[in-house]
Design a protein around this ligand. Sequence first.
Ligand SMILES: NC(=O)c1ccc[n+]([C@@H]2O[C@H](COP(=O)([O-])OP(=O)(O)OC[C@H]3O[C@@H](n4cnc5c(N)ncnc54)[C@H](O)[C@@H]3O)[C@@H](O)[C@H]2O)c1
Ligand SMILES: OC[C@@H](O)C(O)[C@H](O)CO
Length: 302
Amino acid sequence: MAPVADPSLEKLEAIIKETLASTSDPKLKEKLTRAQELVNTASIRSKGVLNKFALDGQVAVVTGGGQGIGRSIAHALGEAGAKVAIADLDLSRAETVAAELESKGISSLAIKVDVSKKQECEEMVQTILSKFGDLHIGVNNAGIVMNSDSEDTSEREWTTTMAVNLNGAFYCCQAEAKHMLKKGYGRIINTASMSAIVVNHPQKQVAYNASKAAVVHMTKTLGTEWCDRGVTVNSISPGYTDTELTRAEKLVTLRNMWSNDTPMKRLADVEDLVGGVLYFTSQLANFTTGFNLVMDGGFTCW
Ligand SMILES: NC(=O)c1ccc[n+]([C@@H]2O[C@H](COP(=O)([O-])OP(=O)(O)OC[C@H]3O[C@@H](n4cnc5c(N)ncnc54)[C@H](O)[C@@H]3O)[C@@H](O)[C@H]2O)c1
Ligand SMILES: OC[C@@H](O)C(O)[C@H](O)CO
């Protein structure tokens, strides 16, 4: 039998071996031999390539984690073994998601943050360090969209969108990296959008598109600046995704059209996006930084 890495599998293996040695019942021997094979398979899996996705002992934060894409990423990181802080402008949403994680046995923490405020991003990291003692993964996902014709886009709309989507992502990267660079390890993932590389239509959203393009280039910049000190920075760029953001009154009527314009003929479910994040946080992504992963059902191919 191959050596086992998981201590509970080791104990199980020992019990099976001992019982096999002490029984002469052929039926029991047959069953125990089958159990031994199953333990062997589990043992190989526990040391195999999938194990490189395990986040046991790591601490993560997800901004905008109170619903939608962020909530789904928070669940995925927790299921992979991380302790997860849910940071959101809406504290009650963050508390709900933190309670969902706790009910699965995942250590969690809800934090109120407005990512457009640098000081609040720094306090968010300090709160996580006080509670969990470390921070390995930062998913900077909070974002908003406002729609208007470019010639009518107000100063408030432009600056608010930039403040949340771009400044917010930068302040979080900076606050997270200050700790991670000291420790020599960190994985930062920013949520950009396919709007960074194509112009969405018919909805007009110059500020949103420009903010997401800037997030992608900021990601490349930070991803190359910090990677030789152990901190990688990458981004995901989802296509149209079924969340509250695309269910908003101003956008909901466009969803059929968006689906038809997508080669996969549907919007993304939030679960479709977690694979990208889990790749970037895994030990399989040790040589990947500054990369923008587009997950859009083929939308940007057409
Ligand atoms: N839904 C899509 O089609 C889509 C596609 C591509 C990219 N994105 C991006 O994905 C991210 C998440 O989108 P979603 O669809 O889950 O949105 P959502 O509106 O469902 O959820 C966003 C969450 O962010 C929080 N938030 C908003 N402003 C904040 C702030 N200043 N500080 C902290 N938290 C704040 C909200 O309270 C909310 O819980 C955004 O960056 C969005 O631009 C969404
Ligand atoms: O490009 C897709 C998203 O970023 C977003 O859902 C959309 O553009 C909002 O209008």
